[in-house]
Write a protein that binds this ligand. Structure first.
Ligand SMILES: Nc1ncnc2c1ncn2[C@@H]1O[C@H](COP(=O)(O)OP(=O)(O)OP(=O)(O)O)[C@@H](O)[C@H]1O
Ligand SMILES: Nc1ncnc2c1ncn2[C@@H]1O[C@H](COP(=O)(O)OP(=O)(O)OP(=O)(O)O)[C@@H](O)[C@H]1O
Ligand SMILES: [Mg+2]
Ligand SMILES: [Mg+2]
Lengths: 247, 247
C-alpha cells in the first residue's frame, strides 16, 4: 500500500524541497521504493536532482497531454515526476474548474508499486497545495525555528482541517520536523521551547541541523546522501527516515 | 511624486518582508514619508509591526467594502496598509475577473502624499504579485546567496518583461539586494561571484549581513532600526536606504 505525503508550509524557504529530496533519498536507501513529485512552479526539486525536462512534466499531465508514467524518471534509486514553471498557468486554469482540488488524486490513482510518494509543494496554500492535500494520506511540515515561521502554523492546521472535511477524511498530520537548526543561536532554542510548549502536533525527535552540504548538494544534482554521505545533513535525514517509517 | 516599489521574489524566505520593513523604516528616518503595503496572505509584515487588524485590511479594500484611507495606520513614523489571510480568497476571485492585474493600481491612485510606497509580495508570481508589478514604477529583488535562489532569477525577469509589455511600460528593475549574507560561508562568496559575472541587472553595493537582531525584531513589533539601532542589521539597511535614494 502506497503512503502519499504532502510536504507543505506556506512560509517560504523553510526546507520543503530539501526535506522532500533528502527524506526521499534516505527512505529509498532503507529499501523503500520512493516517488518524488515536484508540484512547485519553481521546480527546485527537479533542478536539484538534475531531472528537469521541459516537455515531460506534471504540467503536461494536468493538461492531459501525457500520462504520469510518461514523465517519471529514475535518478540514483529515486523516482521523480518533474515540475515546470507552467504549473503557474495550470493553477490559474484549475481555479475555474469544478472539482479543481481532485485533479492530482485522479492522476495518482494510476500510479502503482511505490511504497512512498512525497509531494514537494509551493510556498502557498492555494489550489496546487490543496491538490496535494486531497491526494495525500499524511502531511509533513518542515519548520525553521524563526519567529515568523510560527505565525503560519495556525493557518496550516485550518487548511488541513478544511481539506479533511471537504475532500479527504483520512488526512492526518504526520508531524513537524525542525529544520536548519543552528545549535549556537539562542533564538532557535527559544522558538523550539515555545513550539514544544504550545503546539499539540507531533514534533519528530530527529531534527535537521544547519549544514552547508545541504545547500551545496543541489548544484551537483544529487541528494546530500549521495553528495556527502558523512555530513551532518545526511546523518540527520537518515535518522529522520528511520523515525518516519516507525511512526 | 510618489515612487512605488514592488519587493518581489517567488523563491520563499529570501528576505522580502524583512527588506520591505527595514528599508521602509530607514527611508522614513531619512525624512521621507513611507507607506508599506502587506500584499502577502501570510501577513508577516503586519504581524512584525504589530499592525494586524482583522477587519481593516487590504482584503476589504480589494472587495470594495473599505477605502484604502480607512485601513492605513501609523506606527513609529511608518504608515502601513495591513494584510490578512483573506487575500488568498481575493486572489482566487481576482483570477476570473477582466483586468485582474489592474485592481491595485486603481486602489493606489487614491493614495496621495507619500514619497515611497513599498509593497511586500508573496513568494509567487501569481495574480497578487502581478497587481503589485502593474501598480509599481520600480522592482526590488532581495536575494539570498544560495544555489536554489539563482534558479528563479530568469523567471522574475521574464515576468517583469511580460508586465512591462502588457500593462506597465515604465516598470524598471531598480536592482538586486544581497541579503542574509554570511561572510564566513564559502558558498555565499561563490554564489555572489557567479551573480556578479552572469547577471546584468544592477546589484546594490550595500548588502545585508546575516544578523540575528533582524530575526528577533518581529517578535517586538518593531523594525530593527527601532529595536536595536546599533546592530549590523540596522546599519546595513540604513546604508541601503541612502544608496537607494541616490540611485
Ligand atoms: N539544514 C539546512 N542547512 C543549510 N541549508 C539548508 C538546510 N535546509 C535547507 N537549506 C537551504 O535553505 C534554502 C531554503 O530551503 P528550501 O529551498 O528547501 O526551502 P523551501 O521551503 O523548499 O523553499 P520555497 O518556499 O521557496 O519552496 C535553500 O537554499 C536550501 O539549500
Ligand atoms: N539579514 C538577516 N539576518 C538574519 N535573519 C534574517 C535576515 N533577513 C531575514 N531574516 C529572517 O529570515 C527569515 C526569512 O525572511 P523573510 O520572512 O523576510 O523572507 P520572505 O522572503 O519575506 O519570506 P516569504 O517568502 O515567506 O514571504 C525570517 O525569519 C527573517 O526573520
Ligand atoms: Mg521549495
Ligand atoms: Mg514575506
Amino acid at each position: 500500500k502506497t503512503i502519499t505525503v504532502a510536504v507543505i508550509n506556506q512560509k517560504g524557504g523553510t526546507g520543503k524541497t530539501t526535506t522532500t529530496i533528502n527524506l526521499g533519498s534516505a527512505l529509498s536507501k532503507l529499501g523503500h521504493k520512493v516517488l518524488l513529485l515536484d508540484l512547485d512552479p519553481q521546480s527546485n526539486l527537479s533542478y536539484s536532482l538534475a531531472a528537469s525536462d521541459p516537455d515531460n512534466t506534471l504540467a503536461e499531465v494536468f493538461l492531459g497531454s501525457k500520462s504520469i508514467q510518461d514523465i517519471i524518471v529514475e535518478k540514483d534509486g529515486l523516482w521523480i515526476a518533474p515540475g515546470s514553471n507552467e504549473l503557474v498557468d495550470i493553477e490559474i486554469s484549475l481555479v475555474q474548474q469544478p472539482e479543481r482540488e481532485l485533479f492530482l488524486k485522479k492522476i495518482l490513482a494510476q500510479v502503482k508499486g511505490f511504497d512512498y510518494i512525497l509531494i514537494d509543494c509551493p510556498p502557498s496554500l492555494s489550489v496546487l497545495t490543496l491538490n496535494a492535500l486531497t491526494a495525500a494520506q499524511e502531511v509533513l511540515i518542515p519548520l525553521q525555528m524563526e519567529v515568523l515561521t510560527l505565525q503560519g502554523l495556525d493557518q496550516i492546521m485550518r487548511t488541513v482541517q478544511k481539506v479533511r472535511k471537504a475532500f479527504n477524511p483520512k488526512l492526518k498530520i504526520k508531524g513537524i520536523v525542525v529544520v536548519m537548526f543552528d545549535v549556537r543561536r539562542k533564538l532557535s532554542q527559544e522558538v523550539l521551547e515555545y513550539l514544544q510548549e504550545n503546539v499539540k502536533e507531533k514534533i519528530f525527535r530527529s531534527y535537521i541541523r544547519l549544514n552547508v552540504k545541504l545547500a551545496e548538494a543541489p548544484s551537483f544534482g544529487k541528494s546530500v546522501l549521495d553528495y556527502e554521505p558523512a555530513s551532518n545533513g545526511a546523518k540527520d535525514y537518515k535518522a529522520l527516515a528511520e523515525e518516519f517509517v516507525e511512526s
